[in-house]
Every structure is written in C-alpha cells, then in structure tokens.
Design a protein around this ligand. Sequence first.
Ligand SMILES: NC(=O)c1ccc[n+]([C@@H]2O[C@H](COP(=O)([O-])OP(=O)(O)OC[C@H]3O[C@@H](n4cnc5c(N)ncnc54)[C@H](OP(=O)(O)O)[C@@H]3O)[C@@H](O)[C@H]2O)c1
Length: 270
Amino acid sequence: MLLDRFKDKIVVISGASSGIGREMALQLARHGARVVLGARREEELRRVAEECAGRGGQAAYRRTDISREEDARALAELAVERFGGIDVLINNAGFTMYSPFEELRDLSVAERIMRVNFLGSVYLTYYALPHLKKSRGRLVAVSSLTGKTGVPTRSLYAASKHAMAGFFDSLRIELKKHGVSVTVLYPGFVKTPIRENALGPDGKPLGSSHIDEGSAMEVEEAVRRMLEAVARRKRELVMGARARLGLWLKLIAPSLVDRMAERSVSSGKT
Ligand SMILES: NC(=O)c1ccc[n+]([C@@H]2O[C@H](COP(=O)([O-])OP(=O)(O)OC[C@H]3O[C@@H](n4cnc5c(N)ncnc54)[C@H](OP(=O)(O)O)[C@@H]3O)[C@@H](O)[C@H]2O)c1
C-alpha cells in the first residue's frame, strides 16, 4: 500500500492539534511513521500524540507558535533530538479570514495571516532543510485553492497562500539536485474547524462556519489523498475535478472564473 512508504519515516507536522494536521498525524502513525507535532495548544497536541501511540506510531510534540522563528527552529530540533533526523516536513499550520478588504476594522489581520501561513512555513522549512537534504526527503506545503485564484472576502488569505506557492515552487527547483521533492497541496473545502476559527472584520474568530459544511470533503478522505500525493512525490495536488477544470478555464477566460468565485461567495457556497 502506498502509505506504507511512510513506515519508520520521521515526519514533522505543523498545526497538528486539529483538522488536517491532526488527521495526517493519525494516518501516518497507523502506517508506522514517527511523527513530530507542533501547534500552540499543548493539551490538544498531547491528546493527538496519545492517539498516535494508540495506533502503533511513535510521537513527540512541542508547543509551537509557528510565527516565531525560535519556536519553528525548536520544533525541527525536537525531531532530530528524539528520532535522529527529518524525512518529511508538512507545513500545514494556518488560518483564514472572512471579510471584504475595505470592511476590515483591524488591519493587523494582514500581518498575522502572513506571519503564520507564509513566514511560519519559511522558518520551519529553513531549519528542517539540512536534515531533509540528508534524507533526500519530502517537503510539503498545505496551500488552498485560494492559493491558485483570488476569492472575494478572502483577499489576505489568498495572498498568504499565493506567497506559499511562489516560495515552494522556487524551492522545488533549487532542491531537485539534492533529491528533495516538493509537493504543494491545494485542497478545496475540508470538514475542519477552520471556518469557525476564521478572523472576521474585527480581527476576532467568527465562531461559526459561513458555509454549508455538508458540502465539504471528509477530513479522512482529503488527508488520504494528500498523503498519497506526498508518497508519490507529486509536484502538486489540486483537489476536485471542478477546481481542476476551473484552472484550465482561467487560462482562456479568467474573468469567467472571477465571476464564478464572486457568485460562489455571494450564494454562500464559499
Ligand atoms: N479545511 C479546509 O477547508 C481547508 C481548505 C484549504 C486549505 N486548508 C489549509 O489546511 C491547513 C490546516 O487547516 P485546517 O482546515 O486543518 O484548520 P484547523 O482545524 O483550524 O487547524 C489549523 C491548525 O493550525 C494551527 N495553527 C494556527 N495558528 C498557529 C500558529 N500561530 N502556530 C502554530 N500552529 C498554528 C492550529 O493549532 P493551534 O490553534 O493549537 O495553534 C491548528 O492545529 C491550513 O493551512 C489551511 O489554510 C484548509
């Protein structure tokens, strides 16, 4: 089975206390990986680590605010201290926002979202890189379809995810000669608390989702597909046939794709 390729691999995951990162840890543990988990909520991390151990994997964790360079460095170091290196790095920690740009009353959202989604990935990647080169490992970024095309009410999130794409696409070329693969994942809607945690116009979490969560993909299914792409060292995974079609359409009729994004947001589907 494809995910057996992760057996005994040392995998660092940022944002492992919830949603996609948590599910990645659990699936990897079930396939015999040694996972190293980072996020700000230590108690949640402890629980995820216990669940990983219950599935036959080994887990270490550390309270990490990924927007702080020293925390990112300490997370990479934990993997080396506890397990002796890094085979896979999954830059997953992130959050979103929900507000038309001009209605934002707290402009610090711009800095906060870039510090976590973009700079957090930069810091962790920097400190993991010597170890990934040694293991000829896998470097992974969890972006979003919003990293491929602009979406109204999500301008700053889209900016942070486009920044990630530019960074990791460049690294892919730099790292090829070292045998390190770079996989950028572009999920659509996945059932996690991300929309409850999204920052609103006042810079505070919304507390509830603004979409019909029933239409979102189950996190188990989404993560299985993502890990298969990582196992195969694919350069990227755009999730959903409709999204892939939209990207083709964007090449020939970009304003049509803009209108689709606008309609989708105003109808409450996005
Ligand atoms: N769910 C979707 O529909 C969807 C779609 C496209 C892309 N994504 C991307 O998938 C990734 C995971 O999101 P999710 O859906 O799993 O949402 P989630 O359940 O809200 O998880 C977000 C994770 O990021 C962590 N995090 C947030 N700020 C952090 C910080 N400063 N330092 C360290 N960790 C931090 C959170 O942990 P703490 O709060 O404990 O720090 C949590 O573990 C994100 O990058 C998101 O943009 C999600």
